[in-house]
Write a protein that binds this ligand. Structure first.
Ligand SMILES: [Fe+2]
Length: 402
């Protein structure tokens, strides 16, 4: 029996019945075309900084490079970028102190330590790029100003996003998720900041430890999944999401094997594509309950973001199955991941995650986290059905002690 207050989302559920999941053109051609749904210019290819020389020159003569501690240098992207900027006589400074799950304090520190550049180049996974989105508007005084729409070009420093992990899809979204210690959680800032330019070079995705690969690919999968199940899904976001889910389903074997075998460049390219498709999906349809539930697992229990999302995904899909509009979609997802039941899918997820899913939550944590999610109006509105605090308890119990 359910307990606690129930919530009904205010979002309008757009259910598309006639989506034809078709292979169109080459994968890269499709992605470039898909970017036309957002105000970000994409460039995809090897030696991507060379391909962006004209764009850099148009931005100006002073660049700020934003990275995490080491991955931008380890994958070669930082050195390649510096070489191209030097050849163009563009001066550059570096802020390389973006931490995992970046804080608003890091954003403020960067702005305090640097003069406003003509453009920012953010290299890394979701953390440096999300931080750079906030930095780009903070230089213009527009962080935490209550702006809730899409930031216009004049309200931000032009931002170049260079993803090095296939997961967040932040190169194709307006979202910046920052850690606010005052709120004891991660929060999506209200400002909507699309990168001005996104540069995707498959070579930069080649050098990741297995646990990073697993977590980031699962993050991409949950973006596509939650967007597909979400109240704001449209025929366009459905097409992106289904392509992304199919790519995940086709590469689950390689993801499981990545603990012992380096994935092939072709597989990495598929995950890059699925990640960007996930970003495009949630730029339209937004994330939903697993992301809302996952933030507390990351903030309090140190669970990597993608793993935190997948930890509650199976009970979330059971919840979706109870809705007549979503039950066929759950069946379609199962088909695309090659499973005949949610139990079979659960077993495959656990096999892929291994010790990453060893999460232990106390009864107090389950209660506190469930109550917190029940207050997340945005995430609740993304789910096209009623939810109760008990639903979240069930999800967190599933996540615990797996
Ligand atoms: Fe995510």
């Amino acid at each position: 029996m359910r307990s606690g207050p129930c919530y009904r989302p205010i979002g309008v559920f757009i259910f598309s019945t006639a989506i034809q999941f078709q292979k169109k053109k080459s994968n890269m051609e499709y992605l470039l075309k898909a970017f036309k749904t957002i105000p970000t210019k994409p460039i995809i290819g090897n030696n991507v900084f060379d391909l962006a020389r004209n764009d850099f020159t148009e931005f100006g003569s002073r660049a700020l490079i934003v990275t995490g501690k080491s991955s931008a240098k380890r994958c070669g992207a930082y050195d390649e970028l510096v070489a191209v900027l030097d050849s163009l006589s563009i001066t550059h400074s570096l802020f390389d102190r973006v931490e995992p799950n970046p804080t608003v304090e890091s954003v403020r520190a960067c702005v305090a330590e640097h003069t406003e550049p003509d453009f920012i180049v953010a290299i890394g996974g979701g953390s440096p790029i999300d931080a750079a989105k906030a930095i780009a508007i903070a230089f213009k005084g527009n962080l935490e100003t209550g702006l809730t729409g899409i930031i216009a070009p004049g309200q931000m420093v032009p931002l170049v996003a260079v993803p090095t992990t296939a997961g967040t899809g932040t190169e194709a979204t307006p979202y910046s998720v920052l850690t606010f210690h005052s709120l004891h959680n991660k929060v999506t800032i209200p400002e909507r900041v699309f990168p001005t330019l996104s540069l995707m070079d498959p070579r930069f995705f080649m050098t990741q430890p297995a646990h990073v690969t697993v977590s980031t690919v699962l993050d991409a999968f949950t973006h596509n999944l939650e967007g597909y199940m979400g109240a704001r899904a449209t025929p366009v976001s459905d097409e992106f999401a289904l392509r992304g889910i199919a790519l995940f389903g086709a590469t689950m074997g390689e993801l499981n094997a990545c603990w012992t075998h380096e994935p092939s460049p072709a597989t990495r390219a598929k995950w890059m594509e699925a990640s960007t498709l996930g970003g495009l999906t949630i730029s339209i349809a937004a994330t939903s309950l697993p992301h809302g539930m996952g933030y507390a697992l990351t903030y309090n229990n140190g669970v990597p973001h993608g793993v935190a999302n997948i930890a509650t995904t199976i009970p979330y899909l059971r919840l979706c199955q109870t809705l007549p509009a979503l039950a066929p979609r759950v069946a379609q997802v199962l088909e695309l991941v090659g499973c005949s039941s949610l139990e079979e899918f659960d077993a495959k997820i656990k096999a892929i995650c291994r010790e990453l899913l060893q999460i232990t939550l106390s009864a107090e944590q389950i209660e506190a986290y469930s109550e917190m999610v029940s207050q997340m109006k945005g995430k609740l509105a993304s789910h096209p059905g009623p939810t109760c605090v008990e639903d979240f308890r069930v999800c967190y119990k599933h996540a615990s002690n797996q």
